[in-house]
Design a protein around this ligand. Structure first.
Ligand SMILES: [Zn+2]
Length: 317
């Protein structure tokens, strides 16, 4: 029997899994990423742990797929990182071939997450999905008729950087008013902190849940307070849902996928986010262009990119 290695190289954690053809995870080795160790530390961890998994494996490991938490030039199979040293222009697939003797396909974490959910998660049984991961920032991946869409510059699916409004804040990408500046976890927390300083009374419960410190407000504490009915928190959650609804409607208008799958920390809010999101989508959409795209939550949680990495590996077998 044959298997593949799926590897998820992330800013906070890294994971290496052994998968069979049906996507069952047979073995797993994971740890915290030591960013100060740079590229060499990570490569050494990947090498040792992968070789150990391959040696223990009861099936023959045929290939490897990697989800990388940074920009990936898919055509060149080359990665970069803004935050960790040594990765700039690094040919990661070639390194795997040289050090693990496995054919390898590398993609960025949002694309890998999309593929993971499409094959093994909330996208099973569909033809096309758009995966949107909402956490510190917003990332996305598009699977169209079963294939990941990369685009001319490997930039397809960069949904966090759709320009929504010139009235928005400056974005991490340098642009202004991107979707990410309205409804990422960071953006929601910043809105909460701003409101808490101007009108502490309307966010009293949120502040209490944030160790009594307005600067410690997070998207999570806001969602929690909103669930308990705090008006200020409900206002901020609804405002974020409204912007997200506009972003999702753009996606629906352009691609009309079978399903849009929401992942990342903010999506863990579940119903608290989905209810206002559906409400605003209903308000925004018009009967003449009635769509049947479903909005679903990711099923693989933090492991969507790892499963996607395995699916990348299987593309080579
Ligand atoms: Zn941006």
């Amino acid at each position: 029997m044959a298997g593949v290695l799926g590897i998820d190289v992330g800013g906070s954690n890294f994971r290496i899994g052994l998968f069979d053809q049906e996507g069952h995870r047979l073995d797993l080795s994971e740890g915290k990423t030591d960013s100060s160790g740079g590229r060499d530390w990570m490569l050494s961890e990947i090498r040792q742990r992968s070789l150990s998994l391959i040696e223990k494996a009861e099936l023959q490991v045929k290939a490897c797929g990697i989800s990388f938490g940074g920009p990936v030039d898919y055509d060149q199979q080359q990665v970069s990182s803004m935050h960790v040293s040594g990765w700039q222009g690094f040919k990661l697939a070639r390194w795997v071939k040289e050090h693990l003797n496995l054919d390898c396909l590398v993609d960025n974490d949002a694309n890998a997450g999309a593929l993971g959910e499409f094959r093994y998660g909330a996208g099973r049984g569909t033809h096309s999905i758009v995966y949107i991961t909402i956490s510190t920032g917003i990332g996305g991946g598009v699977v169209c008729e079963g294939k990941l869409l990369h685009g001319r510059d490997s930039l397809a699916g960069e949904l966090g950087h759709i320009p929504m409004s010139v009235a928005g804040a400056v974005c991490s990408c340098g642009g202004q008013g991107c979707l990410e500046t309205f409804c990422s976890g960071t953006a929601i927390a910043l809105r909460g902190r701003g409101l808490a300083k101007r009108k502490p009374a309307v966010l009293a419960r949120t502040i209490e849940l944030s160790s009594g410190d307005p600067d410690k407000i997070t998207a999570e504490t806001l969602f929690q307070a909103a669930t308990e009915g705090e008006k200020g928190a409900v206002f901020i959650v609804r405002e974020a849902a409204q912007w997200l609804a506009r972003g999702l409607l753009m996606v629906i208008r352009i691609l009309n996928p079978d399903r849009i799958i929401l992942g990342g920390g903010v999506a863990l809010a579940g119903k608290r986010l989905l209810d206002p999101l559906h409400e605003y989508l209903d308000i925004l959409s018009i009967p003449m262009l009635q769509y049947s795209t479903e909005i679903a939550l990711a099923e693989l949680g933090n492991y969507s990119p790892l499963y996607g990495a395995a699916a990348l590996g299987w593309e080579l077998v």
